[in-house]
Design a protein around this ligand. Structure first.
Ligand code: BTN
Length: 257
């Protein structure tokens, strides 16, 4: 176990720093499948993640040495598969809280679990489960946060942001990681305590475009709607001129204003 100065009980206490890796999620998954004895809360962080993976098979780009790309090993065996979205909400709320202390207002969670500043993405997460029967044996929580990156490639410039672009100053990556880990641990312990309703309220309170009329793309068509709720299992409720509709992740796309 590598020592560090995190003031947590377990998240980040075993911190493995890599200079370069394809993907921290892949690395941690390989360790788990090789039955390496890893304590819960183990964090793998990489300075250069050259094949980072995002949601829906997308790629996660992060300039080496400037951003946080890391994965946390959790064992949420207390959660049934049907309750899985609670862990997504827990991690989203924790990251939003940790970053809010640095960037101030303007930081929201875009459903289902992107971190936004204004209308631009500042972070994302990829939770991958290892399931036995109907229980989650292990969850690899992969997190990418744009921290000190000053410029993004042209295709991302309108859609991505970083802490540097907001503060115009650099932030210490390990100190920020410690802050994020501490919020994740606090949220995870609360989740273990079973306060699902409180968690959902916190998530909704921070939700991007909550209760605001905006345009969405659905089946190639643009529709106007207002987000009114996200269900326990992660479905988005949209109030439209045709009534209340619910969507899962792949069924609806946000349109950037
Ligand atoms: C997304 O918003 O599409 C999810 C992005 C998740 C990126 C992180 S970076 C660390 C971890 N390793 C990966 O390959 N992906 C996640």
């Amino acid at each position: 176990m590598q020592n560090n100065t995190f003031s947590t009980l377990f998240v980040g206490q075993n911190l493995i720093k890599l200079l370069a890796v394809d993907s921290t999620n892949n690395f941690l998954k390989r360790m788990v499948s090789n039955s390496e004895p890893l304590p819960e809360g183990t964090v793998i962080m990489a300075e250069n993640q050259y094949e980072g993976r995002g949601q829906l098979g997308s790629k996660w780009h992060a300039e080496p040495g400037k951003n946080l790309t890391f994965s946390i090993l959790l064992h949420p065996s207390f959660l049934s598969l049907g309750d899985q979205f609670n862990l997504n909400m827990t991690i989203s709320v924790a990251i939003q809280k940790a970053l809010l202390g640095i960037t101030g207002a303007g930081l929201t969670i875009k459903w289902p679990n992107d971190i936004y500043f204004g209308h631009k993405k500042m972070g994302g997460m990829l939770l991958e489960n290892i399931v036995t029967g109907s229980r989650i044996k292990a969850c690899i929580v992969g997190i990418g946060i744009n921290v000190n990156q000053e410029i993004f490639e042209i295709v991302l410039q309108q859609r991505a942001s970083s802490i540097f672009q907001i503060l115009h100053q650099h932030v210490d990556l390990v100190a920020l990681l410690a802050e994020v880990c501490s919020h994740i641990e606090a949220g995870y312990l609360k989740l273990k305590g079973g306060n699902y309703e409180g968690l959902r309220n916190e998530y909704l309170k921070s939700l991007y475009q909550f209760n605001v009329k905006a345009n969405y793309r659905q089946n190639g068509e643009i529709i106007e709607g207002k987000i009114t709720d996200v269900s326990e299992n992660g479905l988005l409720s949209l109030e439209t001129s045709d009534g209340l509709k619910t969507y899962n992740f792949k069924e609806i796309e946000f349109i950037q204003p």
